[in-house]
Design a protein around this ligand. Structure first.
Ligand SMILES: Cc1ncc(COP(=O)(O)O)c(C=O)c1O
Length: 459
């Protein structure tokens, strides 16, 4: 039996990741698309042809009546929130496990995020928890397709209809996924997505897209995108702001590159799915690893492949968080890293603990708001998932994409088998190593006169 690299053996993977695995994959067509912008010399404008062409092609791809391009995913989400008619102090229900921007796009509109817990199998927002979060101030639900699996939109839609709420979607991870035959981006009243380079639909910089069937949402989002103005085609610009707006325009170079990538998106997603399924099959005999769960009717875009580690299934009575950490360290030593995506429930971040926001406690201190509690212990499933799962897949920058390449998948399979052959050693190591829960580093116990919730170490 070969010695584990964690204990001085030879790692399974010793090379550096090659450019072949680099994401996004820039083809001759992508270069030609960018060149086209330089040749045209059109670098911004109210009706830029590349930006408008991307909007048309993206709307056709996702199957919505309208789409609008933004400079970032975050600005597309902010515009979606603003266009949903949120009033200052209104609440939007957001999953406790997501990227911060799903929640800050609400605060940007003076709304108050209320966090729901997640489902232990799909890792997406739990509709039952959403129901429990509804109050007299709830205005919208922001679903997030975490890692690339669409949230439970049929259930969320029922809740939204019952309570008269707007259903928003953050589809930053799920471009190319489907649910009941519909394409991610068309599953809610309005969807914002990110096309920064780590995402499935990637551009050569920052970018975002909003999609909707609702022309009122589209028009309001258009005002938010450009200085609060109403920009009509074939009419002179009026220079008159109707609402608070920003400059959230997408650059034509990013639009041209994204158009070219969009034409190949389904091809990439098929490759990721085939490779992810190859990995799932390759580790299916290893007791204690639970691969991603995909509900009937959904497909996964595999922005991230999240695995749960359960030592009891492998016949060991050891703390599961320690076990997951030991497996993570063993895999890193083998040259095949597993990673966290978020270390703390979003409501545990200092922004929410301090409730400072815009200053003077706004938006939480606005008149007639409900008192909102941000205590990470209110999200037991999120804590459990953060502690006992790890991800394989995209990071927050351009970089290697592990799902591009069958050999990388095979290396992961080989390394997992090697680690599993040594589970007695791993469990022994897990029991003895120093261990803190993933969120422990995030919690300064006091800062100035504010007391911040400090979870500390579990063991
Ligand atoms: C779930 C999610 N929502 C929103 C964003 C924000 O998108 P952007 O970085 O394009 O502003 C990201 C990541 O970047 C994300 O992962």
């Amino acid at each position: 039996m070969e010695k584990l690299a964690l204990f001085g053996g030879q790692p399974v993977y010793q090379e550096k990741h090659s450019l072949e695995d680099q994401w996004p994959v820039t083809s001759g067509e992508d270069r030609e698309a960018v060149e086209r912008v330089f040749r045209n010399g059109h670098f911004t404008g109210l009706h830029d042809p590349e930006v408008e062409a991307l909007e048309k092609e993206y709307a056709e791809y996702v199957g919505t009546s309208y789409a609008m391009a933004f400079g970032t995913g975050t600005s597309s989400l902010h515009a979606a929130v603003a266009a949903s008619g949120l009033k200052p102090g209104d609440e939007v229900i957001v999953p406790a496990l997501t990227f911060l921007a799903s929640a800050t796009s609400v605060i940007q509109q003076l709304g108050i995020p209320v966090f729901a817990d997640i489902d232990p199998k799909t890792y997406n927002i739990d509709p039952q928890s959403v129901e429990r979060c509804i109050s007299n101030r709830t205005r919208a639900i922001m679903a997030v397709d975490l890692g690339g699996l669409p949230a439970d939109y049929p259930a969320l839609k029922k809740i939204a209809e019952k309570h008269g709420l707007v259903l928003l979607s953050d589809a930053a991870h799920s471009m190319g996924a489907r649910q009941n035959g519909k394409v991610s981006g068309s599953l809610a009243d309005a969807t914002g997505t990110s096309i920064m380079p780590a995402k499935q639909l990637a551009t050569c910089g920052e970018g975002g897209l909003l999609s909707t069937d609702n022309v009122e949402i589209l028009n309001k989002a258009g005002m938010v995108r450009l200085f609060g103005e109403v920009i009509e085609k074939d009419k002179p610009r009026a220079y008159n702001a109707f609402t608070l707006g920003y400059n959230y325009r997408l650059n034509p170079i990013q639009a041209a590159y994204a158009r070219s990538q969009l034409a190949r998106l389904d091809q990439f997603i098929r490759l990721f799915q085939e490779n992810a399924e190859f990995l799932t099959r390759g580790i299916s005999d290893l007791k204690g690893i639970i691969p991603p769960y995909i509900p009937e009717g959904s497909t996964h875009a595999y922005h991230m492949y999240r695995m749960r580690f359960d030592p009891r299934l492998a016949g060991y009575d050891v703390d599961s968080g320690r076990f997951a950490k030991a497996v993570e360290l063993a895999m890193i030593a083998e040259g095949l890293p597993l990673r966290f995506y978020q270390n703390i429930p979003v409501p545990g971040q200092v922004l929410f603990q301090m409730k400072e926001g815009f200053g003077n406690g706004i938006p939480w201190s606005l008149p007639n708001t409900n008192a909102i509690r941000y205590d990470i212990e209110d999200y037991p499933v999120t804590l459990d998932v953060l502690e006992n799962t790890r991800c394989l897949g995209a990071s927050g920058t351009s970089g290697p994409n592990y799902f591009m390449n069958r050999k990388t998948m095979q290396d992961y399979i080989t390394a997992f088998h090697k680690v599993w052959e040594h589970l007695d050693e791993i469990v022994d190591y897990a029991g003895k190593m120093e261990y803190k829960v993933p969120w422990s580093n995030f919690a300064p116990s006091t800062r100035g006169s504010w007391t911040i919730y400090a979870p500390g170490t579990k063991k």
